[in-house]
Design a protein around this ligand. Structure first.
Ligand code: KIV
Length: 276
């Protein structure tokens, strides 16, 4: 844990929304990962991860559940507090769990808890243009927001499975409209999951806010993956977009550095990680 104290003394400024906007403008890729504890918060900083997400994927990779649906505010808060104690440079983003933003006041109160108690600098919520009113209300309460579109795992039971979204011109137009409406409502970052690579690039060029993709192709402003997937801890069938960055590396820190480098230099995602 001493490394953390050293981090605090560093002169490198923490990543902010301004940093992310500048990165988009300059074409510098944003490297993002999930994390769930303080030790990994420290390692994320050492590896140069720009955005660290307390993902509700913790329901699956930490709690052993089948979906993210059972994850609660208390679960996210617990892990958010832990990561925030280790993280200094990376921008800490926290997922708003299923049913924690069913109306604007509930959304604001829960987002405020993630920021005030959990140390999050941004919250992420799922859903397309139907979330515009909530995004608008949060934006007017000075809460930085990442809007997650495309495959939204909290809707898995409604969608009927984890499948690629935005295929076909109607579905693609709907997603483009979702991204634009959410930007207009005040979203600061768009996160897109499991969509065709070509559509990922189109949406990224159509909005001015930074766009981070997971299974959305190389044309986005940045990439995010689930930590346990890249460290090859996750067992069973892996999503097409995931990649084992432990391969050929001697330590976890080296694997994290390899991921950051591959995102920054454009080696990840490669064609085999993309959907058409
Ligand atoms: O919960 C999660 O881990 C996510 C992903 C985008 C990685 O939302």
């Amino acid at each position: 844990m001493y490394a953390h104290l050293q981090n605090k003394a560093r002169t490198t400024p923490p990543v902010s929304l301004t940093t992310l906007r500048n990165m988009k403008e300059k074409g510098e890729k944003i490297a993002s990962l999930t994390a769930y504890d303080a030790s990994f918060g420290i390692l994320m900083d050492e590896a140069g991860v720009d955005v660290v997400l307390i993902g509700d994927s913790l329901g699956m990779v930490i709690q052993g559940r089948e979906t993210t649906v059972p994850v609660t505010m208390d679960d996210i808060l617990y892990h958010c507090k832990a990561v925030s104690r280790g993280l200094y440079r990376g921008l800490l983003m926290a997922d708003m769990p299923f049913m924690s933003y069913t109306n604007k006041h509930q959304a604001r109160d829960n987002a405020a808890r993630l920021m005030q108690e959990g140390g999050a600098k941004m919250v992420k919520l799922e859903g397309g243009s139907r979330q515009m009113k909530i995004v608008d209300f949060l934006a007017h309460s000075d809460i930085p927001i990442c809007a997650h579109i495309g495959l939204t795992p909290q809707s898995v039971h409604k969608i009927g499975g984890f499948r690629v979204q935005g295929r076909g011109s109607e579905a693609a137009d709907r997603l483009i409209n979702d991204a634009k409406s959410l930007e207009e409502a005040g979203a600061d970052v768009i996160l897109m999951e499991c969509i065709p690579a070509e559509l990922g690039a189109v949406i990224t060029s159509e909005v001015s806010v930074p766009v981070i993709g997971i299974g959305a192709g190389p044309g986005t402003d940045g990439q995010i993956l689930v930590l346990y997937d890249i460290l090859d801890i996750t067992t069973g069938r892996k999503p097409r977009f995931s990649h084992n960055f432990m391969q050929g590396q001697e330590s976890i820190t080296d694997a994290l550095r390899a991921y950051v480098a591959a995102v920054k230099n454009g080696d990840y995602p490669a064609e085999q990680h993309c959907f058409v």
